[in-house]
Design a protein around this ligand. Structure first.
Ligand code: ATP
Length: 384
């Protein structure tokens, strides 16, 4: 006959085992999984109770369909200030999205590590980063599709005015394009007239597309997803790789469309394409290994990498490259084509002051001195 002590011990071990199994299968909150595991193991029975009450994600937590991460709502009919950020000045006023200390764990892997973001109202905000950096996770958390392990998101916009385009949109294959977009209109903005469907399809060049969407190409599905987002006149449009399946002409059209949309909505664009970001975004965040390496005006990011210059002089400029190499602020100088010199400098300000003087002193003829700032250089500096 087992003694009460043995019964209690078996019970305790069973409860801890069940809690540990549950822990491996569930999403958790407040602390990472390993921390909860430790607490459950060493602090019986308080640890198990704490895990069940505080650590375990509840069914209604994921995805969050309440307003727990919407700290405030404002009337989205108020005018959206257009950004001055294109010129490097960020718009004044509270951000449309404020994310603080966002972390996301998938099991024991950290996808986001204490991410802080401020997305200005009216901006076209590019989220760039290498594969696996955490862009999709950020977008999913901002859109309320995934729950962060820690941190908060404050949205100053009504959730019904947010449209999200995932990178590979899928629709019921038997519906037509017009039916898909009309369904989106009913869900997002049933008050808007049916004529919006036709307009949205025209905006993405799909008005002529007939037949069920099951026969659409990937590029067509991406355009259709965009039309389904546009039909509700969103105040915030979140796009995950919206051009990834498009040919160059389609890409051009979608980027032009994003540029036009930026007049009436805030756009968050996640992409690998630095050229796309440079073309349409005024504000940018660089994400790498779950952390934000830079956030701010794109012009500020470009200014950080202003260390490479293309110098053009009238050839022959004999000895100029050697003279440049002798300067302490020049790291590299090469003249692959006569008169065209590529310079890498350690001190940009000094280079800008002294290069024209050096050329004038040597009686050479300066044609152009151009900083080769591009997003790729800035991006590689931050992520390599
Ligand atoms: P890509 O540009 O390649 O799409 P990304 O920047 O969008 O990448 P995420 O998809 O957010 O990156 O992934 C960030 C990290 O989280 C990656 O290491 C990824 O493997 C991991 N991850 C993402 N989703 C899950 C998941 N459902 N389960 C486990 N790990 C995941």
């Amino acid at each position: 006959m087992p003694t009460p002590v043995v019964v209690l011990a078996v019970l305790a071990v069973s409860v801890v085992a069940v809690a540990m199994i549950d822990l491996t299968r569930q999403d958790v909150r407040v602390l990472p999984k390993w921390a909860w595991g430790l607490i459950v193991l060493v602090a019986f029975p308080i640890g198990v109770i704490a895990y069940l009450v505080m650590g375990r994600c509840r069914p209604w937590d994921d995805p969050p369909d309440d307003d727990s991460i919407v700290a405030s709502r404002v009337d989205t009919s108020e005018a959206i200030d257009r950004p001055a950020a294109r010129s490097g000045v960020r718009p004044a006023g509270p951000p449309l999205i404020l994310a603080t200390g966002l972390s996301k764990w998938y099991g024991t892997a950290i996808a986001l590590d204490r991410v802080d973001l401020q997305i200005p109202r009216g901006s076209t905000y590019g989220l760039i980063g290498p594969n696996g950096a955490g862009k999709t996770t950020i977008i999913s958390v901002l859109a309320g599709l995934r729950r962060p392990t820690a941190g908060t998101v404050t949205l100053a916009v009504d959730r019904r005015k947010i449209a999200v385009l995932v990178d590979t949109p899928r629709f019921e294959p038997w519906l037509t394009a017009a039916e898909v977009v009309d369904l989106a209109r009913h869900l997002m903005a049933p008050g808007l007239p049916g004529s919006r469907v036709e307009q949205a399809l025209a905006e993405v060049d799909l008005r002529e597309a007939r037949g069920p969407v099951g026969g659409f190409s990937r590029g067509m599905l991406q355009r259709l997803g965009l039309a389904a987002c546009l039909v509700g006149d969103p105040a915030l449009l979140i796009l995950d790789e919206p051009c990834s399946a498009l040919d160059p002409a389609g890409r051009r059209e979608v980027l032009d469309l994003i540029g036009r949309l930026a007049r009436t909505a805030t756009v968050v664009l996640s992409t690998h394409s630095l050229a796309d970001v440079q073309q349409v975004c005024d504000t940018v965040a660089v994400v790498d290994r779950g952390r934000i390496r830079f956030e701010g005006a794109i012009t500020d990011l470009l200014a950080r990498s202003a260390s490479v210059f293309a110098l053009q002089v009238r050839p022959p400029a004999t000895g100029l490259v050697d003279a440049l190499r002798d300067r302490p602020w020049v790291t590299e100088a090469a003249e692959p084509v006569p008169g065209r010199i590529r310079l890498v400098v350690g001190d940009t300000a000094r280079a800008e002051r002294e290069i024209p003087r050096l050329i004038a002193d040597r009686r050479e003829r300066l044609i152009a001195l151009t900083p080769m700032t591009n997003l790729e250089t800035a991006f590689l500096d931050l992520t390599s």
